[in-house]
Design a protein. Structure first.
Length: 482
């Protein structure tokens, strides 16, 4: 096993996780239902405004029995925790890694003008790739029209199953809070009032701002006074990178646990089949986006597309398993720096920013999902003006989208509202795609991470900061430490 490359080990873990879940679900023991919780009937006071007056009424809440299969019960309690531990470890090192690499990278530039140059190039390329992703998504969904002609009985079944679920209502609540925050709230959120609180809550943009601020200040003080602090962050960066190497030894087992849990969560194959054309539109668009990345890497950096995929594949597979750009960030940085040959001062800036604002896969998904929902619920031609609004809103939403699982669905609500989609249809619209959202989330996160790695190579090449890779192993200094 030691001689097998990491990406093959992770792939083996993924395949075994899927097979284990399917085998468990195929047994009579695994199919058996288990009662998780009994929720008794109750009453709730509901207030609404009628003709300008507040009217109170009593809403009857029916008794509910929450059930699950024994396979899902077993995996969620005895297998999934190992995947959760792995994700927690990656999140544990994400913040110190961003701080250390970004502060060290900025201070190594020796010139504030270089920061401006790198920042403008990074943001510009991210905006361009996001626009390309949205245009690809709209092109496919308008050509295939997956929402046209969906049977009414299927819509009703999906509505009954998901429209009133906690998952859909949670997304609507979060979207409402995001919308009510105001147009400049995203700008306000960049500036932390307490950096320790920002680090505790893993608010990436605030951490990036603080790291940039510290790095710039280190450039503005005498080199003799700045050197001790720079050395500390340089050492911290090396320590955290070694942590990544050690944590990744556990990756094949973690993705086994994560994939097994995802498979047993799908409980209605019929609905998934009905949504297949929509899902294939999203996946087709994501594949075209990967091809676009490979073309620009090949043309601009003169690197082999297959070599690029091979080097970044562990980060891609991890992104697929976790559905989180933020959790994958430490691995992405390690692969980009050591295996793609991007200088730390570039990767330390481009990748944390990308994990926060570059959501090419999510933007493509929002474009496809928004048009698909309108094709199903409001049949008719979708005007060019409406599609332009979708492009603009999806671009802005991708910047504000959090690097966590299913954040794209929250932003989808804002995209739909921007084109005047009826508010009463929003729960049904989200319910339409809710069943298939998790597997698509896994795919689009893979594209997000690939886009981050691609842009880091482009920026590094433009600044002459792309060199021959120097991979490190977890046991490079093991013999000397004995």
């Amino acid at each position: 096993m030691k001689k097998i490359a990491l990406h093959w080990k992770i792939l083996i873990g993924m395949v075994l996780g899927v097979l284990f879940a399917f085998i468990l679900l195929s047994t009579s023991w695994g199919k058996e239902m288990v009662i998780l919780k009994e929720i008794p009937a109750s009453q709730e006071i509901v207030q609404e405004i009628v003709n300008g007056e507040i009217v109170s009424s009593v809403k009857e809440i029916e008794a509910k029995t929450i059930k699950t299969t024994r396979a899902e019960y077993f995996i969620s309690r005895w297998i999934k925790p190992f995947g959760t531990i792995f994700i927690n470890l990656l999140k544990l090192i994400a913040v110190p890694l961003i701080l250390a690499s970004l502060i060290k990278g900025v201070s190594d530039l020796k010139d504030i003008a270089k920061i401006k140059k790198m920042g403008l190039r990074t943001i510009s390329i991210y905006v361009i790739t996001t626009l390309v992703a949205i245009i690809i998504g709209l092109g496919i969904v308008n050509t295939v029209r997956p929402g046209a002609g969906m049977p009414k009985e299927t819509i009703e079944k999906i509505k009954l199953k998901y429209a009133d679920s906690d998952g859909v209502s949670d997304k609507l609540t979060k979207a409402a809070a995001q919308k009510d925050a105001g147009p400049l709230q995203a700008l306000v959120d960049i500036f932390p009032q307490n950096i320790f609180k920002a680090m505790g809550e893993a608010k990436m943009l605030q951490i990036i701002f603080f790291a940039l601020f510290v790095g710039i200040c280190l450039l503005l003080i005498p080199e003799k006074q700045a050197k001790p602090m720079i050395d500390i962050f340089d050492s911290l960066n090396e320590v955290v990178m070694k942590m990544v190497d050690l944590i990744m030894l556990f990756a094949p087992y973690a993705v086994f646990a994560l994939l097994a849990n995802v498979i047993v969560a799908f409980d209605d194959p019929e609905i998934l089949l009905k949504l297949l054309s929509y899902g294939l539109c999203v996946i087709g668009g994501l594949i075209l986006m990967i091809i676009f990345y490979l073309i620009i890497v090949s043309v601009y950096t003169k690197k082999s597309p297959l070599w690029f995929l091979q080097q970044i594949s562990p980060a891609q597979l991890l992104a697929f398993s976790t559905s989180s750009s933020a959790a994958t960030l430490p691995v992405t940085m390690e692969r980009v720096e050591e295996h793609l040959g991007v200088d730390k001062e570039v990767s330390g800036f481009v990748l944390p920013v990308g994990a926060t604002i570059n959501m090419d896969g999510t933007s493509l998904y929002q474009a496809v999902a928004a048009v698909f929902i309108m094709q199903v619920l409001t049949p008719g031609d979708i005007t060019f003006q409406t599609q332009l609004i979708i492009v603009f809103t999806a671009l802005l939403a991708s910047i504000g989208s959090a690097a966590v699982p299913s954040a794209g669905m929250v932003m989808l609500v804002i995209v739909l509202e921007s084109v005047g989609f009826a508010p009463e249809l929003l729960p049904i619209g989200l319910a339409l795609i809710f069943a298939i959202d998790r597997p698509l989330d896994m795919c689009r996160t893979t594209v997000n991470v690939t886009g981050d790695a691609t842009v880091s190579m482009l920026v590094a090449k433009s600044l002459d900061k792309l060199h021959d890779p120097h991979p490190k192993n977890w046991d490079d200094n093991y013999e000397t430490s004995k």
